[in-house]
Design a protein around this ligand. Structure first.
Ligand SMILES: Cc1ncc(COP(=O)(O)O)c(C=O)c1O
Length: 379
């Protein structure tokens, strides 16, 4: 099986040693309850890391540790949305999007998010966003995710600035900037980073964590950084739901951040992923059947979101006609043993999502060759 489905590098890229050692030392020593906001050493380390490596300024009391980044997004939404507001507050999200951005607003408000499609590069279209904000007075939260899952797009600073200028006249609107892939930005040879938090710090909650930066998906530590009153509410939510975050993992993450002060370990992971990305892009441009897929912007995270509707109407060797991205994905799975996710799952039909973090160059080449072979025999 060639697995391009799973959105993680674990266990194919190992955990940093300092992180593992920190966890082990702590387990051998103690594993107590800790502050509902997260241990202060970790919040200090994250504060330092933000300042030194990302140019953002958060005091430790503006940072809350959570059981993973997804939990941080959920608790941020709970903290930001007032269920007693006379008019339900709506969440805006850009499509295609991570599935949780649809499920969480539904869970909290009973209403789906207001979705805006992005352009062919998978960038938000500022004019459409401005129109939505002008037309409606019920918008409470805007979710921005760059580098993006499922597309791999990295929003250019120009787009982030434009979005921030559009939101600025609405100080009651909060932004959740989901930056779990912030290190995996391949737009420049040197690492570059931008965040809407730079332009609207008082309205933005930045979400991050160790899941995608350091192969730590199963360790379940994330964080949110933003205005202290929102962080305080999120910490209270921690206290009432999970009590506190896994103590040894917090110690491990602290030790890791204290040793990776120059981002070197994380950038090494970025470089490995970038090599995989370059290989997959090369295979898409050389293998004859794959040339018919249209690749959008894939400058970050570890995803590709090719447009595959060229193959609609083609007949498989069993006589089935491919009608949509779900059937296309099933065909790749059954005939080619290639796992991909249909774009429909992310609200952009006609595409597939391919995650390339969990495959080395040999697996990537074999998987894409298999995909090419089964697409070549379609009639
Ligand atoms: C954009 C985005 N945000 C948040 C998360 C959540 O990460 P975790 O499941 O480790 O909490 C993911 C995971 O795939 C993601 O892709």
């Amino acid at each position: 099986m060639y697995d391009f489905g799973v959105g993680e590098m674990n266990p194919f890229i190992p955990l940093p040693t300092s992180l593992k050692d920190g966890i082990i030392e702590s387990v051998l020593d103690k594993s107590p309850y800790s502050s509902q906001q997260g241990i202060s050493e970790l919040r200090q380390a994250i504060s330092f890391d933000f300042k030194k490596n990302f140019g953002l300024y958060y005091e430790p009391d503006q940072i809350c540790i959570t059981p993973g980044p997804k939990d941080a997004i959920y608790k941020a939404l709970l903290a930001l949305i007032d269920p007693d507001s006379p008019q339900p507050q709506r969440v805006v999200s850009f499509l295609p999007s991570y599935e949780a951005f649809v499920a969480m607003p539904l869970l909290i408000t009973n209403l789906p998010p207001l979705n805006l499609q992005t352009d062919e590069n998978f960038y938000p279209i500022p004019a459409n966003f401005k129109k939505l904000l002008n037309e409606r007075n019920d918008i409470g939260v805007v979710i921005i995710n760059s580098p993006n899952n499922p597309t791999g797009a990295v929003y250019p600073p120009r787009i982030l600035r434009e979005l921030s200028e559009i939101i600025k006249p609405y100080p009651h609107i909060a932004i959740i900037s989901d930056e779990v892939y912030r290190v995996h930005n391949f737009t420049e040879k040197e690492f570059t980073y931008d965040s809407i938090a730079r332009y609207l710090p008082d309205q933005t909650i930045v979400v991050g964590g160790m899941s995608k930066e350091v192969s730590g998906t199963g360790l379940r530590v994330g964080f949110a950084a933003g205005p202290a009153h929102v962080i305080k509410a999120m910490s209270l939510l921690n206290g009432h739901t999970c009590s506190c975050i896994n103590y040894p993992t917090q110690v491990g993450y602290t030790k890791f951040l204290q040793s990776d002060t120059d981002l070197m370990e994380r950038l090494k992971i970025r470089d490995i992923l970038n090599e995989r990305r370059k290989l997959i892009l090369e295979l898409f441009s050389t293998l004859p059947a794959l040339k018919n897929c249209i690749l959008g912007n894939a400058d970050g995270a570890f995803y590709l979101f090719p447009k595959i509707d060229y193959f609609y109407g083609c007949t498989t060797p069993h006589g089935d006609i491919i009608k949509d991205d779900i059937q296309f994905s099933e065909y790749l799975l059954i005939e080619g043993k290639v796992v991909v996710l249909p774009g429909t799952y992310f609200n952009r039909p006609g595409h597939i999502r391919m995650a390339y973090a969990a495959s080395d160059s040999s697996a990537l080449t074999k998987g894409l060759t298999s995909m090419n072979n089964v697409l070549s025999i379609l009639k």
